[in-house]
Design a protein around this ligand. Structure first.
Ligand code: GDP
Ligand code: IMO
Ligand code: MG
Length: 423
């Protein structure tokens, strides 16, 4: 039984939630291993729209088990709100279908406060974070002064460690609009009690699941170019969003992983600041006028551009992709021609892989290859044969350049609008 890692290949919002939901039918355990409530994964289930932030998308399938691994940063108040929202829609969340790692780090109000204050201070050079406290929470983890879920569920430890941390931070808190220490402790102690039945050493659970023949599906958050190491630094998030992050963030060894599927929009989008070589105002407006490409977490307009094969070449390498899942192909309907960026030009030089520094990315211009578009509405296609030949040629070219087979093609947000080519 294959264990599959799902990753975003671009700047997030590629449709990972939809693809994870689609693949959950044939899996047993869905695992989140990095990121936090900065993620927003949209899934349509029985006509109802769900946007999942911390909860693995597998929760919408009865009988499936979900795990939040050690690599995730958990805002317990946001998470409880998310659980309550799901329960109010009739989704069962129990200690049997949701397990939370005792080693995951906790996001506190001061992390959010610092995130937002730093962004304000950065002014024009802001990163455009989601304001969910992600950077400061991972910062504390790496700086070895964070609190973990195992502290959250033990009130005395929580109080002692939180007070000590606040003292250490001293004047860093000044000017932030934060709840008092007592208020935070009360709310977090309650949250700890509420979450405690779900908390365990999830590494042991995942290994037992593998041993007993269960199949694991890792639900990546964000995308390769938001990776703290491989992305457009500093315009990135603070975790490893590439395939390796699924292993370190869950305690499952790379030797247990069989497939890595890269989810890729048929074009490029980005929210927040930073380079985006193929960005086009006209293309962005077209998609926004179609009612598409508004952020699932913050509602911000996504910046849009043509598909960037320079990015995809590198993504394929760094993730070791075994297959691609192309989503939103229907977003290109009705165009006379479509463009694929196959190289960058920087200082008269042609690049087939992206540069390292964001400053250099900003100096790159796209080299496009033009292909014929299609006039048909493809959202009703249910097999590759239903697609116009131009759309199939576009997919073939993506596969050819990345030297990676296309396993899934998606032509709409619903489960049924999904074609399996080779999974
Ligand atoms: P994620 O963060 O990668 O899970 O992606 P988001 O949910 O943030 O954004 C993807 C958006 O595209 C959501 O609104 C999805 O419902 C939608 N979506 C996913 N696949 C398709 C598709 O093939 N066609 C269309 N029209 N929408 C899609
Ligand atoms: P999903 O999982 C798109 C972006 C933010 C910002 C940068 C840093 O839905 O694909 P952070 O709050 O993480 O410190 O922000 O990363 N970002 C995302 N963009 N999709 C996401 O998640 C994102 N999570 C963070 O917009 O540019
Ligand atoms: Mg999203």
């Amino acid at each position: 039984m294959p264990n599959i890692i799902i990753v975003g290949t671009q700047w997030g919002d590629e449709g990972k939630g939809k693809i994870v939901d689609f693949l959950t039918e044939t899996t047993d355990v869905v695992v989140r291993a990095q990121g936090g409530a900065n993620a927003g994964h949209t899934v349509y289930n029985a006509g109802e729209k769900y946007v999942l932030h911390l909860m693995p998308s597998g929760i919408l399938w009865p009988g499936k088990e979900c795990v939040i691994g050690n690599g995730v940063v958990i805002d317990p108040l946001a998470f409880i709100k998310e659980i309550e929202g799901l329960e109010s829609k009739g989704v069962a969340v129990t200690p049997d279908n949701l397990r939370l790692s005792s080693a995951a780090h906790v996001v506190f109000p001061h992390h959010r406060g610092l995130d937002q204050a730093r962004e304000q201070r950065r002014g024009k050079s802001k990163i455009g974070t989601t304001g969910r406290g992600i950077g400061p929470a991972y910062g504390d983890k790496i700086d070895r002064c964070g609190l973990r879920v195992n502290d959250l569920i033990q009130p005395e430890r929580l109080e002692a460690k939180f007070r000590a941390r606040v003292e250490q931070m001293g004047s860093t808190f000044e000017g932030l609009d934060l709840p008092s220490i007592e208020e935070t402790l009360t709310a977090y102690t309650e949250a700890g009690k509420r979450l405690a039945p779900h908390v365990s050493n999830t590494v042991a659970f995942l290994h037992e699941a593998i041993r007993s023949g269960k199949q694991l599906l890792f639900e990546g958050a964000q995308g390769a170019y938001l990776d703290i190491d491989h992305g457009t630094y500093p315009f990135v998030t603070s975790s490893n969003t590439t395939a390796g992050g699924a292993c370190t963030g869950s305690g499952v060894s790379p030797t247990r992983v069989d497939e890595v599927i890269g989810v890729c929009k048929a074009y490029t989008t980005r929210v927040g600041s930073g380079p985006c070589v193929t960005e086009s105002e006209a293309f962005s407006s077209r998609l926004h006028e179609m009612g598409r490409e508004f952020g699932a977490t913050t509602g911000r307009k996504r910046r849009c551009g043509w598909l960037d094969m320079v990015m995809l070449r590198f993504t394929t390498m760094v993730n070791g992709l075994t297959k691609l899942a192309i989503t939103n192909l229907d977003g290109l309907d009705g165009l006379e021609t479509v463009q694929l960026c196959t190289a960058y030009e920087m200082d008269g030089e042609r690049l087939t892989l992206p540069p390292i520094d964001a400053e250099d990315w900003e100096r790159c211009t796209p080299v496009f290859e033009e292909m014929p578009g299609w006039s048909e509405d493809i959202s009703h296609a249910r097999s590759l044969e239903d697609l116009p030949s131009q759309a199939r040629a576009y997919l073939d070219r993506i596969s050819e350049i990345t030297e990676t087979p296309i396993g899934i093609v998606s032509v709409g947000p619903d489960r049924q609008q999904t074609m399996v080519c080779a999974v």
